[in-house]
Design a protein around this ligand. Structure first.
Ligand code: GLU
Length: 425
């Protein structure tokens, strides 16, 4: 059917830092924060931009731009991942660092927020090139990182091997092994059991809470997952194990659908073998718009920022949107989802399982101790479920949505710490 009216496309900004600030002001309004308080905590404390020259395999030197941003350290050392992606910009890293401040505060772990990134395409680089890039980037940000200062971790297109190189580079300059400088390390080098699955486990825990709150049965619920990286694929796997039906998933190369549910363990093998979910036997190819518009109970955006915006939010028919990615829904899209009565589990709560187990890893490193998987997962579940209830309480008290409630709770904790510490000097 051809529509007879043409809607004007939304022209809202795609600058993630501006979007993060819009959400900050909204929550600060709910808290009735005065301008002085906002001024104290709004902006990043420290922004470092570095040049990263790397000898490529062809013998030439290529120069990459890297960043490390520490948004706020009132509650503890800066904490947050490092992203290797062609789309990395200063504004993106600033937004991601800001979200880390609120994320650590909302789950009440003793960290501030930071983030790093290098604009590069690791999919087109050899292992040697990625190692040289990582080590040179680490040495460039070395003056501002450390186990009590700023602790990096994995993010989009970085992994435990890259964390091991960061740890090694840092440790070589100190003359001894410093495992607590980074989290998400390999298990044999002080990594924590359960860290790799932690983001997805936290997503799963908050979905369980939301289903209980909305009286939706997880068993048999229809799920759509956008993005099939670490967070998306493992979330799909956990939901599938709980007998939900994952009917569609996507990655950067395509979207696939099967009304009866996709076989997730086989799909994970297919992705490992071919590099994409595309062409999975027994599935049908669909468009990204068709994927968003599927009739389902739970939509899990697990890709990048701004995937759901003022232009496509109207398509969504899910009851729950569980944000495994950081910043996947723009403020304009948020308003549309609100109007439709869709329950959003906001990113800073939904995907906080990753940084929570990073915190557990750092605690284990500091204590020279290793917990077992049951201890990690039990503690994680407790943190996620308690945090969900605390955000839900604020949402109900303040009569706002879950995002503003999560931001308000987080911001109030950062304000409390900043106020009690006072302004130096
Ligand atoms: N990159 C993850 C995030 O966005 C994890 C950060 C961490 O573990 O420090 O939350």
């Amino acid at each position: 059917m051809v529509p007879n009216t043409v809607e004007t496309p939304s022209v809202e900004t795609k600058n993630p830092y501006q979007l993060a600030m819009q959400n900050f002001e909204k929550a600060a309004d709910v808290l009735e924060l005065d301008e002085d308080t906002r001024t104290m905590i709004r902006n990043p404390e420290r922004v470092l931009m570095v040049n990263v020259p790397v000898r490529m395999d062809n013998g030439h030197i290529q120069s990459f731009t890297g960043y490390r941003v520490q948004h706020n350290t009132a509650r503890g050392p800066a904490k947050g991942g490092i992203r290797f992606h062609p789309g990395v910009t200063l504004e993106e890293v600033m937004a991601l660092a800001t979200w880390m401040t609120w994320k650590c505060a909302v789950v009440n772990i003793p960290y501030g927020g930071g983030k790093g990134g290098v604009a590069c395409n690791p999919k087109e680089m050899s292992t040697g090139e990625i190692e040289r890039l990582t080590r040179r980037y680490t040495s460039a940000i070395l003056p501002i990182i450390g186990p009590d200062i700023d602790i990096p971790a994995p993010d989009v297109y970085t992994n435990s091997q890259i964390m091991a190189w960061i740890m090694d580079t840092y440790s070589m300059t100190r003359g001894h092994l410093v495992p607590g400088v980074v989290t998400g390390k390999p298990l044999c080098m002080g990594g924590s059991v359960g860290r790799n699955e932690a983001t997805a486990r936290g997503v799963f825990n908050t979905i369980e809470c939301a289903c209980q709150h909305l009286k939706i049965r997880l068993k048999g619920a229809k799920v759509v997952v956008q993005g099939f990286g670490n967070a998306g694929a493992i979330s799909a796997h956990l939901l599938d194990s709980a007998q939900a039906d994952v009917i569609a998933v996507s990655d950067s190369q395509g979207c696939i659908y099967n009304a009866d549910g996709l076989h997730i363990p086989k799909l994970m093998l297919h992705k490992e073998r071919t590099g994409s979910v595309k062409g999975f036997p027994g599935s049908e190819a669909i468009t990204p718009e068709e994927l968003l518009g599927l009739d389902c109970d739970i939509l899990v955006p697990a890709a990048l920022e701004n995937m759901i915006d003022g232009n496509n939010a109207r398509l969504i028919r899910a009851k729950i949107v569980a944000e495994a990615a950081n910043g996947p829904v723009t403020p304009e899209a948020d308003a549309i989802l609100d109007d439709k009565g869709i329950f959003v589990i906001p990113d800073i709560l939904c995907n906080a399982g990753g940084v929570t187990v990073s915190y557990f890893e750092w605690v284990q490193n500091e204590q020279h101790w290793a917990w077992d998987l049951n201890e990690v997962n039990t503690r994680l579940e407790k943190v996620m479920k308690r945090s969900f209830q605390e955000v839900l309480e604020v949402q109900q008290q303040r009569k706002t949505n879950m995002r503003t409630a999560a931001n308000a709770l987080a911001i109030s904790r950062v304000v409390e710490a900043s106020t009690i510490r006072g302004l130096y000097p």
